[in-house]
Design a protein around this ligand. Sequence first.
Ligand code: 13P
Ligand code: SF4
Length: 301
Amino acid sequence: MAVKDEIQKLKREKNAVILAHYYVKDEVQDIADDIGDSFYLSKKAAQTDADIIVFCGVSFMGESAKILNPEKKVLMPDATADCAMAHMVTVQKIREVKEAYDDLAVVCYINSTAEIKTVSDVCVTSSNAVKIVKMLPNQNIFFIPDGNLGCYVAEQVPEKNVILNDGYCPIHAAMTKESVRQAKQAHPNAALLVHPECTKDLLEEADHIGSTSEIIQYAKESALNEFLIGTEIGVFYELKKQNPEKKFYALTDEQICWDMKKVTLEKVAEVLKTEQNEVLISEEVRQKAMRPLERMLELAK
Ligand code: 13P
Ligand code: SF4
């Protein structure tokens, strides 16, 4: 049986749902029930009535799905698919900042471990970070782990004192102003759309800054026909699907999150068959990590 047919059969038999981030391979996006950015997928994970969630993404995404759905089985097609940035802050550092500031909220980008979420006040994603930070009653904000998204939020919410952490996404942070200069030279009519995980000097050049879904939406609604894309290349699949007549160019040939690319059709079929690679989180950690995630879902409504 073809692997795609096997996945569909197992999915029906086991009442499973497949969620996929825009950064996974095209063929994996094709078999997903829902594809989206981190915020959309966390909402979907909180709402599903399936018995099994197969999460085609990296570990913090599967963990968030499990935290929100303790009674469901969450399976990762590749248990080693991880986000480097999720580990770029420590509980110790958060404790130190908490001690140093009164009236502090620890605002945790969803790209973080379950352990880090247990000591955070609210989670955010790239599509709701500005909105949520604006809504918080606290004057001081410790934004973790992404220093670049934190810097973007600080600029958008100047009334708050945003304390930055030094985490970063190795893929987004590697796109440079020089790569933009060269891409603009090659495609002078193209608008530059970038993810807020990129560095400040890149964001300053952008025509639009947004999450993966927001980039896709902007390209669709824009009257322009050419776009330079400052995020992971997985989004090109949806961009081209929705806009076959428009042209999309990468800034470099290194905009690839290799951890996202670890997810393959064969691995999806295998975990559906064996139910291996289950996400397991202790009830104590889950309860504590759930609070900031639920607060995000509430505030972002
Ligand atoms: P989105 O919030 O746009 O899905 O981004 C997730 C991510 O990992 C970006 O690198
Ligand atoms: Fe993490 Fe960057 Fe990969 Fe997104 S692209 S999952 S932030 S390493």
